[in-house]
Structure formats: C-alpha cells, structure tokens
Ligand binder design. Structure first.
Ligand SMILES: Cc1cc2nc3c(=O)[nH]c(=O)nc-3n(C[C@H](O)[C@H](O)[C@H](O)COP(=O)(O)OP(=O)(O)OC[C@H]3O[C@@H](n4cnc5c(N)ncnc54)[C@H](O)[C@@H]3O)c2cc1C
Length: 256
C-alpha cells in the first residue's frame, strides 16, 4: 500500500491510524487495529502510550544464500545449537542458506525504533561475512570444507531484524533470549499488538487475533472461517477477506 504507519491515536471509541504515503499524511479510523509490524511494532505501540515493562532487543543479522558449485559433496541440513548458533539449510532446488551467529550478527539496538539498517552489506563487510561464516561452519560441517567463498554461485548476503525480549546476547545463559516462547497477542481494548516471536508462529497468532476481533454477540455459520480461509488462499494478493455485510437501521445496504 506504499504507506508508512507513523502512529495510532485514540478517536473516541475507535482508533485512528496515521500514515504517510505518496499522497501525504492520511488518518483512517477503524473499530479495531492489529499491529503486526515486527521491527516497527514497538514504536507504534509507544505512540498509544503502550511501552513494555521489560527490556527488548532488535538484533540485525545477516544470512548467506548460495548455490554450491557442481561436484560439491552433498551438503546436510543442520542446526548447531551448542555454543554459538549456526545453521545450514539445503533447499530442494539446490540453493543453500548459511549462517554463523558470531559473524552474521551485525548490530543490536535497544531503542523503540531500531536504526534503518541497510539489508545489503557493503564491501569489504560482505566478503568478510561470507568468508568467516564459511570458515567457522566448515570447522563443524565437513562437506563445507570443499567450498571457498570465491567458489559459491549466486551468492547473496542479506540481513534482517530479529525482535525479542532480552537485554544481553545469547552468550549470557540468563538472557531472556533463551525464553523466546514468551510471545503472543497483547490486546488493549480494540488495539491488538502481535509479537509472533518467529515466522512459524504467525499463522497461530493470526487465528488468536481473529478471535479477539470477533464481536461477541455475532453468531457465525459453521463454515464461515473455512470459507474466508479458502478465499484468502485463492487470492494471495488480498490484504483482507470478508463476507457480504448486510446493514440495517439507518441505512439498508449490502457491502460486497
Ligand atoms: C536472519 C533471520 C533469521 C530468522 N530465522 C527464522 C527461523 O529460522 N524461523 C522462524 O520461524 N523465524 C525466523 N526469523 C524471524 C522471522 O523472520 C520473523 O518472525 C517473521 O518475519 C515475522 O513475521 P511478521 O509477519 O510478524 O513480520 P514481517 O514479515 O517483518 O512483516 C512486517 C511488515 O510490516 C512492515 N512494516 C514495519 N513497520 C511498518 C510501518 N511503520 N508502516 C508500514 N509497514 C511497516 C514491514 O516492512 C514488513 O513488510 C528470522 C529472522 C531473521 C532476521
């Protein structure tokens, strides 16, 4: 939608979303607002005066994707979770994802809004991430020793933000980063802030959120949710799916 959400404001019983887009600043009023912005989430919560009572971290971490050159021994998919974290994931089409936490972690922020970290590292940082990650992981994953950073095909390095509770890094056994399960939907009347914790949890918390939004005096047909889900799956570009809505009283309309 090419809009950047800047704030959410109380507007009587409703909520107003303030956003900047190609046509300037917009203020749109909604009955419910779901904040699912990941690294943008805490700043929008804060605009409503909602601040967590515990420390949080935004960690900016790189990952490396590459295609092994022909003749490379088959690479395993493996996650190393003893000591510093690393993983190698081999996809069906032959591409691989590689990361070694000590070299791929680039920056940490404890601010409400993390810096505008550039997802693609500049040289020589990029080359160093590839070489040092490969070297560290090859100490543990023997077939990686066949590779050197210059031989990787279609090699890209891209970073992303990881949002989690905690103040100290993973090398602190007491860090809250080791309790990533403490996640979910926090509702403040009609405002719902979703911390999915991990990508794998997003479908579950989307369901939790949908239950928060369902007006309590509405009765749903048994196949209502299944029909909406089927419509969403059939239209991957859709941002929202809903049934026809019959209004009555002051206006007699059917919204389609
Ligand atoms: C390196 C790395 C490795 C990871 N590995 C795993 C893993 O192995 N398994 C796993 O389950 N998860 C993993 N994750 C976490 C996973 O990527 C996130 O949990 C997941 O992307 C969160 O999904 P989301 O829909 O909440 O947010 P996102 O997919 O980030 O979507 C949020 C959207 O909101 C937009 N946005 C943010 N702020 C604003 C704003 N103010 N206005 C408008 N739009 C805004 C963003 O541009 C984005 O499009 C990893 C993350 C990183 C960075």
């Amino acid at each position: 939608m090419q809009c950047n959400v800047c704030a959410v404001e109380e507007n009587g019983a409703a909520l107003r979303v303030v956003s900047d887009g190609p046509e300037g600043t917009a203020r749109d009023t909604y009955d419910h607002v779901v904040n699912a912005l990941w690294d943008g989430r805490l700043a929008i919560d804060a605009s409503l005066g909602l601040r967590p009572s515990r420390p949080w971290m935004h960690r900016f971490k790189y990952g490396i994707r590459f295609r092994p050159p022909p003749g490379t021994r088959p690479l395993p998919t493996i996650a190393i979770a003893l000591g510093p974290f690393g993983d190698l994931i081999v996809y069906d089409q032959g591409m691989a994802y590689l990361n070694w936490y000590p070299t791929c972690l680039d920056a940490i922020s404890h601010e409400v809004s993390p810096p505008d970290w550039s997802p693609i590292p500049a040289e020589p940082r990029r080359a160093r991430v590839v070489a040092e990650t490969l070297q560290a992981m090859a100490e543990i994953v023997i077939p990686l020793r066949d590779l050197d950073s210059g031989s990787l095909l279609e090699c890209t390095v891209q970073g992303g933000v990881i949002v989690a509770w905690g103040h100290t890094d993973i090398d602190d056994p007491a860090s809250e980063l080791h309790r990533r399960y403490d996640i979910g939907v926090t509702s403040n009347r009609r405002y719902h802030s979703v911390d999915p914790g991990k990508l794998t949890m997003t479908p579950y918390f989307a369901g939790v959120c949908a239950a928060c939004l369902q007006p309590h005096d509405d009765v749903l047909e048994e196949d209502y949710i299944a029909a909406l889900l089927a419509a969403a799956e059939a239209n991957p570009g859709a941002a929202v799916v809903y049934s026809d809505i019959q209004s009555f009283g002051t206006h007699d309309w059917v919204f389609q």
